[in-house]
Design a protein around this ligand. Structure first.
Ligand code: UDP
Ligand code: MG
Length: 351
């Protein structure tokens, strides 16, 4: 018998085929915010894409992230018709990262895929991802081969983000890979052990590691509705990443401070020698003003960076839950019994 090879991050087939059950359950974790026009299309597209996978049982975990339109009503209607659908209704908008966390908590599949509802993460890719997973990979990343559906500004800022992250933080994240990926149950269990409440999922996904491979795809435009991420939200997400995965912005001030102290000492020495040789001349007010303003700005910047970290430490120290589920609808999730109890209690009260 030949010894099977294990490849980290390559595209070669790896060991452990026998660990994957022939009949497997696939959980799709779908955060939704004001997506009444896209959910129906999404379910049909997934069912069509997986129609030739008879050994895959599907589970849809929709996390309603505080939608203010008819999304919840549409989801509940779908849930009544389709037992594969589970709806986790959050008590308000907690943001996509928290909604994803909720979805992972409620998923019960052998393999789990966080996926956007707007069909920008094409369900046609799922078959290939499942095949790679069956081949022994724990994580199958979906990489955008082009960003032609994004604006130039978004493309440029995304590139800058990945470069910056990989320059400063460990471990590296693969460029142009979003939340869309397939993860084995062990990976999700590992993720659920990470306690932080401020969660930058792309970073956490990378942090847990495991054997991974990449499949690439063309990212299409949204099926309907509009993007929820404007420039300001993306900037905050990038800040979240920086502060969660590197302390370089904190430490850099030691070096900036050192450099400035050193150059001011040299300048002072130069001034002393100049006075000594040429005597006292009229002082330059402009240069003094520039130096004061520059140093003042630099100090505020440093305090700002400290504040970013301190604020996050403060929030973490409260230990608040990452999200609050108002109610969970549908079968196949671990909290079913407790929710049933709650419903019965409510029924009893109203009887
Ligand atoms: N989303 C969410 N909560 C939010 C923002 C977005 O659950 O606070 C969901 C949204 O419904 C969609 C996914 O996250 O399913 C991706 O959002 P979007 O398509 O707006 O982002 P983009 O693809 O433009 O980056
Ligand atoms: Mg989208």
């Amino acid at each position: 018998m030949t010894r099977p090879t294990i490849v980290m991050g390559g595209s070669k087939l790896v060991v452990a085929q026998e660990l994957r059950p022939l009949r497997a359950k696939l959980s799709l974790v779908v955060p939704v915010l004001n997506e009444q026009d896209t959910v129906g299309k999404f379910i049909s597209a997934v069912q069509l894409a997986l129609s030739n996978e008879p050994n895959i049982d599907l589970e849809f975990i929709f996390v309603n992230d505080g939608s203010s339109d008819e999304t919840l009503a549409v989801l509940l209607e779908l849930q009544l018709k389709n037992p594969q659908v589970c709806v986790v209704d959050l008590s308000r908008n907690f943001g996509k990262e928290a909604a994803l966390t909720a979805g992972l908590d409620f998923s019960t599949g052998d393999a789990i895929v966080p996926i956007d509802v707007d069909l920008q993460d094409p369900p046609e890719l799922l078959s290939e991802m499942i095949a790679r997973w069956r081949g022994g990979f724990d994580v199958v990343l979906a990489q955008r081969s082009s960003r032609s559906s994004d604006s130039i500004l978004k493309r440029w800022s995304a590139l800058a983000f990945y470069r910056m992250h990989n320059l400063l933080s460990e471990p590296e994240i693969v460029e142009n890979v979003g939340d869309f990926r397939l993860m084995d149950r062990v990976v999700v269990d590992a993720l659920r052990r990470l306690p932080e409440s401020r969660r930058f999922m792309k970073g956490l996904f990378a942090w847990v590691g495991f054997r991974w491979t990449v499949v690439s795809y063309e990212r299409p435009a949204r099926s309907a509705g509009e993007s929820k991420f404007n420039g300001w939200r993306l900037w905050n997400l990038a800040l979240e990443d920086m502060t969660s995965f590197t302390t370089a912005p904190l430490r850099v001030w030691t070096y900036i401070g050192g450099l400035i102290a050193l150059s001011s000492m040299s300048y002072a020495t130069y001034l002393i020698i100049r006075v000594w040789v040429r005597g006292i001349d009229v002082p330059g007010y402009a240069s003094v003003f520039v130096a004061v303003a520059f140093l003042g700005g630099l100090q505020l910047l440093g305090i700002g960076v400290l504040g970013e970290y301190l604020g996050r430490t403060y929030i973490e120290s409260k230990g608040r839950p990452i999200y609050i589920a108002r109610r969970v609808y549908g079968r196949g999730h671990p909290l079913k019994e407790s929710i049933d109890d709650e419903t019965n209690i409510l029924k009893g009260l109203s009887a």
